[in-house]
Each structure stands twice: as C-alpha cells, then as structure tokens.
Write a new protein. Structure first.
Length: 514
C-alpha cells in the first residue's frame, strides 16, 4: 500500500529480478487493474530484463482507495509514489516509466514536474489530452466515449467482468447511440451511471473551464527526459502522439517515434513483439547505459501499400504537398478548377445516418476496411483518380479544404482518403471530420485535418476521396440544427453541396525503405 497525495492507499505490486545487484526501476500506473495482461507484459517481462517494476492501481481502481477521476489526481499521485520509492532500500535512484493509453497519460502528468530520478519515458499509443479523445471540432466521438466508459468502469475488475460489459455494450450499441437525447442513454449498457462520463460528453469545447488542467501537452514543451513514442496509423490517439513528437523535437528533447500498421488495441497484440523490442531498447539505453539496441534514425514508420518499414530522420519528412481536385463525373484530378461552381450534392438524414466503417477507433472494429458497400450509399460522394502509371508515395499529414453549402446552416462533413486496387476494393487510409456553419445558399470553406499516413499507392491503383455527412456511431450524428450532440431531440435532414473550389492535400515524400 503506497500513500497517494491525499493519503489514500494505492495498491502496488513489485516485480524484481532474481539476481543480486542494483537495478533501475520502472513505474507503471494503471486504472485497468494489475492482473492480465499488465502483470505479464510489464511486470514479468521487464523484470526478466533487469528492472524493478512497480505496477500500481490508480486512485479508486483495482482496490486502491479514494475516488477515480479521469485526470485530476494523476500528477500528484505520481509524485507521491516517487516520494515513496525514495525510501525503498532497493531503489537505486534511476527511474523510468512505460505504458499504453491512459498509462501514457499518467506518464505525461508526472512529466509536468519531472522528478530528478526520471531518466526515460516510453509512451505507447498514449493519451495526453482527454478532451481530444472525446471531441473533434465540437463533434462527440461517441463510440470512443462509450469504449472508455466500459474500460474505466470494468477492466480493473478483471478479464471476465470486462468481457461481459463489452459484450453488453455491443448488444445495446444501436439503442444507446440512437437515443434521443443521448444524455444518460448509456446507463443500460454500462450497468449504471458513470458521472465523469456524463461530464466529458457534455463539454465539447476544449476551452471550457471543465477541461482546465486536463491536457498535459505542455509537459513536452520543456521536457529533458528522453522519451520514445509509439503509435499505429489506425490508433485513435495517433494524432496526440504526433503532436507530442513535434513538441519534444522543438524543445530539443531526445526522442524517437515508431508508427506501425496497428490500431489502438492491435499495437499491444500482433504489434507487441516490435513494441516491446522498441521499448526495451530505449529503456536499456537510458537506464542501463546500453545503447546497442537503438536504431540509427529518430523515426521508423510502416509504409502501407508495400508492407515495408522506412527509417526517417524526422516526422513529417520534408516534402511539398500536392493538391487533388474533385471534378464532374466523380473524377479526381490534379488540374485546378477555373470556377467555384456547385459540383455535387447529397442528403444526410439523421434518421438513417451514414455509418462508420473502420478507421482509428478504440474498439476491435478499427483499422482498414473495404469501403465499397459504404460508398454505394446515396449519401456518400466519391471522387477517384485514374489508374496510376507509377507509384505515388504519401508521407505526412493529409488535409481537405472543403467548400460546402447547406440548406439548414448546420452540418458535419466526414472526409476520407482511400486506396482503390485493380479489383475495385476501396480501403481507408486516413480521415477526419469537421463542422460546417453556413448562411443560406452561401458556401463556407473549412479545412479538415485528416490525420497522417505513410502509404504507397502502387501502379494500377487509384486515389479516392470520399465525402459524407458523418460516420455514426464513431461520431454522434449531426442534428442539422446545431444543438449539442448529447441534448439534441430534434433531427433535421440536411442537403450538402460540394463546390469545385475544394481540394485534397496529399504530402508527397520519400525515404529509404528497410
């Protein structure tokens, strides 16, 4: 039992090597319990490699005292745990941290005021900004919110309890996500009220006082602790990883980035051999003074479309973006338009919302999927380039400039980049969602970030730009009225019209393939 900042007992397991001598310590703080998989993947594996591992349940979880809060206690409780470590006879004064998802958040929280003993961090598919996990441009990331609610409520109770809760949510997902209003509808699926979930769903504005102190992004702005970052192209937290990498580089902090062909969950499953090797090499280099396992470059990314890895000096790599434009007949061309005329329109009906398919989710439905069925819907526009006569490599952040008019003044726009093979299979690469506010009949221009990618479009493939009015239940369906997503009870169909002065920006890049 380790005292938290307020004295609450934090249940803590200690794993250590069966050997004589001094060993550095790894601190792993988790709200998901200390059993499987954490005990095996972090306690046992890293202790076998010559580390003391302190695996602790966050306040209010896994038997620890006090009440759990999504972010308000982690910095203070982390510092209190380090203070306790200083009094242990086996602690040699050298500390590292490691862990995924919320286990990454607690690392950033500790790094806000890093203790002098902290010599290395490894943030795997990690979180630093809770608001961005739940909201995008004011749109509620509904499926993420429900997945986090289940994980935080049940995972620390054990595998069986978590599995039962996950299956119950799957059975009731449609009823919960189409409820009018959304507020409180999750109770039947989650088995009771979760006050913090109500709060995070009800505050879409990151500048709201509710979110004050939630983001620990600024820790990277002045950090001097060597930090390795790991994510996947379809990780729901990939953008947060890229943001922190940029901050660390600007701060002059030693850092490394690994991006694999993974989702949030698959990074710790089929990606685990590489994730573990990367993590171990970084911790050995900075806690054991053994840099032999480090790669020569700061960045390694998996290149989709050719199933190869590329070692890069930085991310994103230098290179100019090229613009692709929608054209009549569903074509996508590099020829810029000569006017701003209406090009194509579609009707988004909240009663039959455009469904989400794959992409960066927290659930097992994440990742690349065949979009052909989705693209056959009347409420999805597609613009497709010609078959490529030479490969096209895209490395870096993708974005869309959309010129949109609506008949209600309020709409969401979902935009996605796809790779279409010779058989017509359309697979999602990256995407994003933005909110449109227009005066009647007047188009509005918005720029929608679509995350980032490293992807090769092979010869014979085609580049496709997909545009729709939403992706439900990944995002809460737009009401057409501008009402807050959790409170909307009136839903109005919206007609969206795309104008020719829209463009898809694709960063062209190159680098050595390994």
């Amino acid at each position: 039992m380790v005292p938290a900042a307020d004295g609450s007992p934090l249940v803590t397991d200690h794993y250590f090597p069966r050997a004589e001598g001094d060993f550095p310590t790894l601190l792993v703080r988790s709200p998901y319990g200390r059993g499987l998989p954490w005990s095996a993947m972090y306690g046992l594996l890293f202790a076998e490699q010559g580390f003391h591992v302190v695996l602790q349940s966050c306040r209010g979880t896994g038997g620890s005292g006090g009440a759990f809060d999504l972010w308000r206690n982690e910095a203070a409780d982390g510092r209190a745990t380090v203070s306790w470590l200083r009094g242990q006879p086996w602690f040699d004064g050298t500390l590292g941290t490691v862990g995924p998802s919320y286990l990454g958040y607690v690392q950033w929280a500790l790094a806000l005021e890093p203790p002098p003993e902290l010599k290395a961090m490894v943030v795997q598919v990690g979180l630093h900004d809770p608001c961005a996990l739940f909201h995008t441009d004011g749109a509620l990331r509904l499926e993420n919110a429900l997945a986090v609610g289940v994980g935080m409520t049940y995972q620390h109770q054990g595998v069986a309890a978590f599995l039962r809760a996950t299956l119950r949510l799957q059975r009731r997902l449609r009823a919960v996500t189409t409820a009018q209003p959304l507020r409180g509808a999750y109770v039947s699926a989650l088995g009771g009220e979760v006050p913090w979930l109500d709060d995070v769903m009800s505050h879409p504005n990151a500048k709201d006082a509710y979110w004050h102190g939630a983001s620990s992004a600024q820790a990277a702005d002045r950090l001097r602790v060597p930090t390795a970052l790991i994510t996947g192209w379809h990780d729901a937290l990939a953008d947060q990883t890229f943001e922190q990498y940029g901050r660390l580089r600007r701060a002059g902090c030693e850092t490394a980035l690994l991006v694999g062909p993974w989702t949030h969950t698959s990074a710790l499953q089929r990606g685990w051999p590489q994730v573990f090797a990367e993590s171990l090499a970084w911790l050995r280099a900075h806690l054991h003074a053994d840099p032999s396992g480090l790669r020569p470059t700061a960045v390694r990314v998996h290149m989709g479309g050719e199933n190869a890895w590329r070692d890069l000096d930085d991310w994103p790599p230098a290179g100019a973006a090229t613009s692709w434009y929608p054209a009549p007949g569903g074509h996508l061309t590099e020829l810029a338009p000569t006017d701003r005329a209406p090009l194509a329109s579609f009707r988004y009906d909240p009663a039959d919302p455009t469904p989400s398919l794959g992409g960066p989710l927290l659930s097992r439905t994440a990742g690349p999927r065949d979009n052909s069925g989705l693209e056959a819907r009347d409420d999805v526009l597609t613009f497709t380039g010609p078959p490529l006569t030479e490969p096209v490599d895209i490395l870096g952040p993708v974005s869309a400039r959309l010129s949109i008019s609506t008949d209600t003044g309020h709409a969401d726009v979902f935009t996605r980049l796809c790779d279409v093979d010779a058989q017509g299979r359309s697979v999602n690469i990256c995407d994003g969602l933005g909110r449109v506010r227009t005066a009647e009949g007047t188009p509005s221009q918005i720029t929608v970030p679509m995350s980032a990618t490293a992807h090769r479009f092979p010869v014979g493939h085609r580049i496709r730009w997909q545009i729709s009015g939403g992706a439900h239940p990944r995002y809460a369906r737009g009401s057409g009225t501008g009402a807050p997503p959790v409170d909307a009870t009136t839903f109005v169909p919206v007609r969206l019209t795309l104008h020719t002065d829209s463009a898809l920006a694709l960063p062209r890049g190159s680098g050595p393939t390994t």
